[in-house]
Design a protein around this ligand. Structure first.
Ligand code: KIV
Length: 277
């Protein structure tokens, strides 16, 4: 059955954990969907793991729509959330609503995700008013990398811990259906989770959140530029891919691939006529 934002809220009520992964293409989305994962985020981590940028700042609306629509075609049951990229919502409420609408209409999202707390509450309220479900994202918000001065855990000092609690409450009041908590102390993430009626989805926030999300290329050891502390390799797909690519390279060079069973046939008569005509 298709997961919806209502499914997520009901899972929190029942105390059931929510699983989410990122995806950026049709085939991966289909495999994730068939694995029973509740939600797929078309994250702007696309910029890092698919497009090779050093951060998410250069990701565009066109990138998110293109990859989002591919994921939506592959996700039969998983809820599809698409990230609003940097500067698609920060400048004005008008931009935020128009661009969230494009991710729904052209990207076929079921919900959009925005990074930030208090400073983007007017945008969240306006998007929710337009009947577009919003997932919040606080703690480490990678679009603000240049303001943070690096990828650092958040909420570890008094003022930033207080801000995290306040931002979470404001996002809930603004109508967000769920909130991602990224790179925050586990005890703080658990406290925030206990104070909200909407589900929290953790990434580097410990086991006390209502759900978890990881970048699929991280948890399958496909992305090798760096490995955040919270990432666990659930399978070494990067290594399996290398082994497959090397075996192909060897067989092509040895002339053992393609073999007879991979060839298309033609009758001798047709071939002779074609050659001799
Ligand atoms: O872009 C992304 O993949 C994300 C997750 C890490 C939450 O925002």
């Amino acid at each position: 059955m298709k997961n919806t934002v209502v499914t997520f809220k009901e899972m929190k009520k029942k105390g059931e954990k929510i699983s989410m992964l990122t995806a950026y293409d049709y085939s991966t989305a289909k495999i994730i969907d068939e694995s029973g994962i509740n939600g797929i985020l078309v994250g702007d981590s696309l910029g890092n793991v698919m497009l090779g940028y050093p951060d998410t700042v250069s990701v565009t609306m066109e990138d998110m729509i293109h990859h989002g629509a591919a994921v939506a075609r592959g996700a039969k049951d998983s809820l599809v959330v698409i990230d609003m990229p940097f500067m698609s919502y920060q400048a004005s409420v008008y931009d935020a609503v128009i661009n969230a609408g494009r991710l729904m209409k052209e990207g076929r999202a079921q919900a959009v995700k925005l990074e930030g707390g208090e400073e983007i509450i007017p945008q969240v309220e306006a998007i929710v008013k337009a009947s577009i479900p919003v997932m919040g994202h606080i703690g480490l918000t990678p679009q603000s990398i240049n303001a943070f001065g690096g990828y650092k855990a958040q909420g570890r000092d008094l003022s930033s811990a207080k801000k995290l609690i306040r931002d979470a409450k404001l996002l809930e009041e603004a109508g967000a259906f769920s909130i991602v908590l990224e790179c925050v102390p586990a005890e703080l993430a658990s406290y925030v989770t206990s104070q909200l009626s909407i589900p929290t989805i953790g990434i580097g926030g410990g086991a006390g959140t209502d759900g978890q999300i990881l970048v699929y290329a991280d948890m399958l050891a496909m992305f090798s530029d760096y490995k955040p502390k919270f990432v666990k390799h659930f399978a070494n797909v990067g290594q399996v891919m290398k082994e497959g690519f090397r075996a192909y390279d060897e067989e092509v060079k040895a002339g053992t691939y393609p073999a007879a069973e991979h060839n298309y046939s033609i009758s001798e008569e047709v071939l002779n006529q074609a050659i001799n005509d």
